[in-house]
Design a protein around this ligand. Structure first.
Ligand code: UD1
Ligand code: MG
Length: 444
């Protein structure tokens, strides 16, 4: 992704992202732009996309108490400037409060909303290109159901004359399906004078950013529409739209993975994160979920119903069905993790196997070791976590509890059903269970 604009013209611009809205339609205690798509907040998607075009400055408008938004955006672009909009008086007002940061800048100002996570760098690049020869360029989209969006009124020469909000539109204007995405590039020298002229004479009683188009037209300035896919530009205002965006993003990620050589038997049931890294010739069976921070090397097979996060899986390993890999799992070359096995903070050596019904946490397992069915590392004593070490080619019999801290030597064998509390030297057999008793029944 980072290199896709390599051969293209680099435009210099400043960027403003509006994210102070309450997002009441989400019915959430979280700020809207903190809700996630493919595992990362909406605002992080927008900031990371725009960062690929190297803005000179990024200004983000937030409301008081939105520390979580500042944190999420700052993690993606540490040089971002945050401006607090104390009262949410509308998108036009949100831009007004950035004046202290941006006044006097005569280049292009790229304005985005924090609730459009699907926008791509290519589309922003197209907008900036058009903006070079227009005073204002606005990204528009054709919507089958334009309800809720600002409608774009374009004259016979293709010039954008006005944007009318849903609430203020006549029935004829509502029939227009060319909708405002909210993304625009405006010449810095005109923006603040135009914002000065905004009023709240509309049905929402807000300062609409979109009103600057008609005001610019009155001044003889030129505004152009750049059209792009609705799938990229639609804004998230409700939980239903959040789910639609997730679906679009998942298909993007699945298609990218398949195009790079990954087999997905049923892609629709595989869920990826923005940061999932899967090498070519990996086979993913139906119903697999990836959490954050997963890397999968070539030749790995991931079978159905596995849940994988924070894991590095080396080549040729077989995972699942029904495996759970948690943070800090490193699976060695050709190792196997089978059904109902949970691994956490555990290194499983090359060729090692944990095939059935086990919990292995805070452990180091040597190459070729075999963890029998029902093995549990008892890593937590109620206060602290402790480590278990299992040597190369050790054999842990079924239904064994390894009470950490404990170390099992290379080639050691643990008898089934043992509760192991002491270290076992290399090559030795350890057994811990009471002797079996057989009592003959007296014949009646
Ligand atoms: C806005 C546009 C509409 C467009 C649609 C596209 C206006 C008046 N309307 O409507 O033409 O079709 O987006 O998705 O601009 N925000 C602030 N401070 C405020 C108000 C909003 O920072 O005082 C931020 C929000 O956090 C959000 C963005 O601005 O990221 C847009 O606000 P939202 O309420 O979602 O506007 P829409 O009703 O969707
Ligand atoms: Mg919106």
């Amino acid at each position: 992704m980072e290199n896709q604009n390599k051969n293209k013209m680099q435009y210099s611009f400043n960027c403003v992202v509006l994210a102070a809205g309450k997002g009441t339609r989400m019915k959430s205690s979280l700020p809207k732009v903190i809700h996630k798509v493919a595992g990362i907040p909406l605002i992080s998607h927008v900031i990371s996309t725009v960062s690929q075009l190297s803005p000179e400055k990024t200004v983000i408008v937030v409301a008081p108490g939105m520390e979580s938004v500042q944190q999420a955006a700052g993690a993606v672009s540490p040089s971002s400037k945050f401006i607090i909009q104390n009262q949410q008086l509308g998108t036009g007002h949100a831009l007004k409060v950035t004046e202290s940061e941006l006044k006097g800048y005569a280049g292009k100002l790229l304005i985005l909303y924090g609730d459009i996570p699907l926008i791509t760098p290519n589309t922003l690049q197209r907008l900036l290109e058009t903006a070079q020869s227009a005073d204002i360029a606005v990204l528009g989209m054709r919507m089958e159901n334009p309800y809720g969006y600002g409608r774009m009124i374009v004259d016979s020469r293709g010039q954008l004359e006005e944007i009318i909000e849903e609430r203020d539109a006549t029935p004829e204007q509502r029939a227009i399906n060319l909708c405002n995405s909210g993304v625009m590039a405006v010449s810095g020298r005109y923006l603040f004078p135009l914002l000065e002229k905004l009023t709240v004479n509309n049905n929402a009683g807000e300062y609409y950013l979109t009103d600057i188009i008609a005001l610019a037209d009155d001044m003889g300035l030129h505004s152009h529409v750049v059209e792009a896919e609705a799938a990229e530009l639609s804004g998230i205002n409700t939980r239903e739209q959040l789910a639609e965006a997730e679906n679009i993003m998942q298909w993007r990620l699945r298609k990218e993975a398949m195009a790079s050589g990954v087999t997905m038997i049923d892609p629709a049931s595989v869920f990826l994160r923005m940061d999932t890294k899967i090498a070519p010739d990996v086979i993913i069976h139906p119903s697999v979920v990836f959490g954050a921070g997963v890397t999968v090397e070539s030749g790995v097979e991931i079978r159905s119903f596995s849940h994988i996060e924070g894991a590095y899986i080396k080549s040729g390993a077989i995972i699942g069905p029904f495996a759970r890999l948690r943070t800090g799992s490193v699976i060695g070359v050709n190792a196997h993790v089978g059904n109902f096995v949970e691994l956490k903070n555990t290194k499983l050596g090359d060729g090692a196997k944990a095939n059935h019904l086990s919990y292995v946490g805070d452990a180091q397992v040597g190459a070729g070791a075999n963890i029998g069915a029902g093995t549990i590392t008892c890593n937590y004593d109620g206060v602290n976590k402790h480590k278990t070490t299992i040597g190369e080619k050790a054999f842990i019999g079924s239904n064994t509890s390894l009470v950490a801290p404990v170390s099992i030597g290379a080639g050691a064998v643990i008898g089934a059903g043992s509760v192991i509390t002491q270290d076992v030297p290399d090559g030795n057999l350890a057994l811990e269970r009471s002797q079996q008793i057989i009592k003959q029944r007296k014949p009646k």
